[in-house]
Design a protein around this ligand. Structure first.
Ligand code: ADP
Ligand code: ADP
Length: 225
């Protein structure tokens, strides 16, 4: 019962030009429900490319992206956007919170965009903030929060619409080691609580070791560590 299947994914940049680069060369990856997988690779190996394709932000040249049993490959922008909103959550190295809005509002807004009634959206934002220890910060704007706090709000926002799959690119990469360690623990607890699956790119082998499985990218394919 996989949440995500990437089948024989090929991605080439600058095809047919001097700078042609084959980043993904027939990549296969399967994530089962509830599985938390670390994606480890040297810089430039194609982690972001892989996450963008899995996140329906970019399309492969060949191969299939199957999300919750549905082949997304040939679908148009509307269907892909709907799937991104309903089934996927994203976390990046930088929080990308909206600076004019409070922590709670940053978590409410994506729910309103998904037609969740405001009272329910607010209750969910409050519950998520409480879960990451930020109830007292609900009415603060991002600039009033520490890096670790901003990132915890970003986790809440990613989970606001109860996605089945979280895609994260160096989610604690901007934090000092001690904060990174602690904030990563918060993320893992959130993911485990909800039973969602996650694909988390990291350079940090200690963090990778805390996930269910580590996959490496080598020459455009996945090799299990
Ligand atoms: P990683 O996230 O592992 O650092 P990326 O997926 O960002 O790797 O990039 C993989 C390779 O593809 C790199 O060599 C990068 O320079 C190249 N690349 C990424 N995006 C583009 C693009 N839009 N156009 C051309 N080359 C790209
Ligand atoms: P974390 O470990 O969550 O990143 P820190 O140890 O960096 O938190 O910060 C501890 C406390 O300092 C935070 O809870 C916050 O109240 C306060 N703080 C940190 N940075 C700022 C800031 N830029 N503006 C206001 N308060 C801050």
């Amino acid at each position: 019962n996989p949440v995500l299947q990437l089948n024989a994914i090929v991605k080439t940049y600058n095809k047919g030009q001097p700078g042609q680069i084959e980043v993904l060369r027939g990549l296969d990856l399967r994530l089962d429900r509830g599985e938390v997988v670390a994606l480890v690779a040297p810089s430039g190996a194609g982690k972001s490319t892989l996450l963008h394709i899995a996140g329906l932000l970019d399309t492969p040249d060949a191969g299939q992206v199957v999300l919750n049993g549905r082949d997304m490959t040939g679908l148009g922008d509307r269907a892909r956007t709907a799937a991104r909103r309903n089934e996927l959550g994203f976390v990046y190295q930088f929080h990308h919170l909206l600076p004019e809005f409070t922590a709670a509002e940053n978590i409410v807004l994506p729910q309103l965009a998904n037609a969740v009634p405001a009272p329910r959206a607010q209750a969910r934002a409050a519950a998520l903030l409480d879960r990451v220890g930020l109830a007292p910060r609900a009415d603060h704007r991002p600039a009033e929060m520490s890096g670790g706090e901003q990132q915890r709000v970003a986790f809440c926002r990613a989970l606001a619409n109860e996605p089945s799959l979280l895609l994260a690119d160096e989610p604690t990469g901007n934090l000092d080691p001690a904060t990174s360690d602690r904030v990563f623990g918060v993320l893992m607890a959130l993911v485990r609580d909800t039973g969602m699956s996650a694909l988390i790119a990291t350079h940090n082998l200690e963090l990778a070791g805390r996930m269910d499985r580590v996959v490496r990218l080598d020459a455009g394919r996945v090799v299990t560590a």
